[in-house]
Design a binder for this molecule. Structure first.
Ligand code: G3H
Ligand code: 13P
Ligand code: ZN
Length: 322
């Protein structure tokens, strides 16, 4: 199977009450960890590249790494998606180089500018057999060069989604319901503490999601900023020389609930970074004599694979959906 678009994946996911994982890729080990887990669990998967990833690895390397994964796992439906495309030109260059899906992220611009740029991308993409995700509302955190301070994020306004979707013709819509990018999604002050003293983040705004669903029934919704920041990996990082105090993510039961509703794509990057970093940090401390990158990168890759497998089985519910 060649790279596919997400159209059929999202339809099945919507009807089946599960979501497809969209995992960020930056190098070979990450591509391998993700796709090996997807293949073993018979799960469709989305591999996504940000502007930063395209700059770091070079666009052509990423496209070819993903195409190699497609050749090795022909039974796995895979999408190559541009994450947070800044403008039409960026989206066009990805479409022209083989991506099957792009995100145009004009969410920090006005409603009318967002509609105009998203429609321009959708028209070009559809002429080339590519699908488009756009965003309404803004998440806190850093998206490439756009940094939104906590407190300045804005939830999606459900009254805008129908007009946005019909005027742009986009294929999926990212909404803001309280997730955010990075490994520090909430300050301790925003959280409560349970009986064991563990920080519990504020719940996602399911009322906003449900209101959006009512207005665009059957339309695939996307959640960005959906890493859970698994504490076992944060602990390893901190035990082996790192310093990530108060790293906190979205509880997995909330993501599971979103996947059962209209959320068809769940974006995860930070958790893979934590897995890779934990593997490498631990390796260096336990084997100070090692200097072969295959040894420590191999441990990082194994963690990426384990994390993706867990997400597929226990959070997204996309296993055995090929
Ligand atoms: O949305 C943000 C993603 O985690 C990508 O991050 O821009 O540092 O590659 P990046
Ligand atoms: P996390 O930082 O929560 O992994 O979010 C990733 C993301 O939304 C990529 O677009
Ligand atoms: Zn994002």
């Amino acid at each position: 199977m060649a790279l596919v678009t997400s159209t059929e994946m999202f339809k099945k996911a919507y009807d089946g009450g599960y979501a497809i994982g969209a995992f960020n890729v930056n190098n070979m080990e990450i591509v391998q960890g993700i796709t090996e887990a997807a293949a073993e669990l018979k799960s469709p998967v989305i591999l996504q590249a940000s502007a930063g990833a395209r700059k770091y690895a070079n666009n052509d390397y990423l496209v070819h790494l993903v195409k190699a994964a497609v050749e090795l796992h022909p039974e796995v439906p895979m999408v190559l998606h541009l994450d947070h495309g800044a403008d039409f030109e960026t989206c066009k260059s990805c479409i022209d180089s083989g991506f099957t899906s792009v995100m145009i992220d004009y969410s920090s611009h006005s409603f009318e500018e967002n509609i105009a740029e998203s429609k321009k991308v959708a028209d070009y993409a559809h002429d080339h057999g590519v699908v488009v995700e756009a965003e309404l509302g803004t998440l806190a955190g850093i998206e490439d060069d756009v940094k939104v301070e906590a407190g300045n994020e804005s939830y999606t306004r459900p009254e805008e989604v129908e007009e946005f979707v019909s005027r742009t013709g986009v294929d999926s819509l990212a909404i803001a319901i309280g997730t955010s990018h990075g490994a520090y999604k909430f300050t301790p002050e925003q959280c409560t503490r349970n009986e064991q003293g563990i920080l519990v983040p504020p719940p996602l705004r399911f009322d906003v999601l449900e209101e959006c669903m009512k207005r665009i029934p059957g339309f695939p919704i996307v959640l960005h900023g959906s890493s859970s920041v698994p504490q076992e990996y944060v602990k390893i990082i901190n035990e082996f020389g790192g310093a990530m105090p108060d790293a906190i993510g979205i509880p997995e039961d909330q993501l599971r609930k979103a996947a059962q509703l209209a959320v068809c794509k769940i974006n995860i990057d930070s958790d893979l970074r934590l897995g890779m970093t934990a593997g490498i940090r631990k390796h260096f401390v336990e084997h100070p004599d090692h200097f072969d990158p295959r040894q420590y990168l191999g441990d990082g890759r194994a963690n990426v694979k384990a994390i993706v497998a867990h997400k597929i089985k226990d959070v997204l519910g996309s296993d055995n959906k090929i």
